[in-house]
Write a protein that binds this ligand. Structure first.
Ligand code: NAP
Length: 320
């Protein structure tokens, strides 16, 4: 089935749905690919429990509920949703071609909001049907304030800026934070490393790894392995946080759009959502490796829709 559109949005997190809300209200009748096999529609918030820092919900809101509200809001204004993954795009000529599993769409403009996926390790006890969301998380800022982490000994895996930042954030709630790093030298910037190392609540466990996570209803302990000696020890733990980087969901864009070495979309101009291809815009974590918050993603979804609307109206003027 082939369709023709003014605007296609790829991605169904806060960035994609916010772009859809704004674009639908601007009468652009956007078509949004929600994804299917690539993960739950709604993006990373679908695997989060309570979100307490999204403005407007003073008692918090669950990730799936927030996404369902955004989704219905987009539908209410006329966005059309397709529960389908995009396999590839052809951005070499306009209209652009978006090739889904069973639908191909030609479109004048495109907003890419496919987000990023937090990297996790294959550690026993950390999987979705084990302690994931029950003490294991990949976002300290999203989950760290939950009561289960209060006054507990918390573990963060990683040695980059994220691990330092997440470790420092968690010291607000934890009795002690252990940063578990696989080497004896940090990857983090000097300033972030210094800040973390001078925090009296943080201890870095060098050349170490977590071999497994154990507990009852929630995480209660971890098995820590010294990678130099191979020695293992069981330690009390109230939580484990992965901070080993994110992978942007941009594999389908390779060779079509300027990407950074890390795979993130490279914007044409910081502070906008413009990419190197006119008519293609990026929103949310697919380009933003710095803030990565639901509210910043939603903000950039709004910006992408406004940038796109402006660009489309210029095209209309030129073609008259
Ligand atoms: P990163 O810099 O890529 O660091 C990832 C860390 O995870 C590394 O220390 C790495 O260990 C470790 N790691 C990766 N795979 C692992 C595995 N399989 N097992 C154990 N450890 C593993 O990622 P990031 O910290 O998320 O930072 C990403 C970018 O965002 C960076 O450019 C960073 O500067 C930036 N950032 C900036 C700020 C800030 O300025 N406030 C905050 C957060 C992030 P190795 O070191 O051994 O490779």
């Amino acid at each position: 089935m082939e369709k023709r559109r003014r605007l296609v949005i790829i991605g169904s997190g806060p960035a994609g749905f916010t772009a859809a809300i704004y674009a639908a209200r601007a009468n652009l009748a956007p078509l949004l690919f929600e994804g299917f096999y690539s993960g739950p529609a709604g993006g990373q918030l679908m695997t989060t429990t309570d979100i307490e820092n999204f403005p407007g919900f003073r008692d918090g809101i669950s990730g799936p509920k927030l996404m369902e509200e955004m989704r219905q809001q987009a539908v209410r204004f006329g966005a059309e949703l397709l529960i389908e993954d995009v396999d590839s795009v052809d951005l070499s000529i306009r209209p652009f071609k978006v090739i889904g599993r069973s639908t191909t769409v030609m479109t004048d403009a495109l907003i890419i909001a496919t987000g990023a996926t937090a990297n996790r390790l294959d550690i026993p006890g950390t999987h979705d049907n084990e302690f994931w969301n029950k003490g294991v998380s990949a976002c300290a800022v999203c989950d760290g304030a939950a009561p289960i982490f209060r006054n507990k000994e918390l573990y963060v895996i990683g040695g980059g800026d994220s691990a330092m930042e997440e470790g420092m954030f968690l010291t607000k709630y934890a009795s002690r934070v252990y940063i578990v790093h696989r080497r004896d030298e940090l990857r983090a910037s000097k300033i972030m490393a210094q800040r973390a190392m001078s925090n009296p609540k943080i201890e870095i466990l060098w050349s170490s790894a977590i071999s497994s996570v154990e507990g009852g209803h929630v995480v209660e302990s971890v098995i820590l392995k010294n990678l130099k000696t191979g020695e293992e020890s069981k330690r009390a733990a109230g939580g484990l946080f992965f901070a080993i980087g994110h992978t942007p969901n941009t594999a389908f864009l390779k060779g079509q759009l300027h990407l950074r070495e890390t795979g993130y979309v490279r914007l044409k101009e910081e502070g906008t959502t413009l990419t190197n291809i006119e008519g293609v815009f990026a929103a949310g974590d697919v380009f933003d490796f710095r803030y990565r918050q639901a509210v910043t993603a939603a903000g950039s979804g709004c910006m992408a829709a406004l940038d796109c609307e402006h660009w489309l109206s210029l095209q209309d003027t030129h073609s008259q």
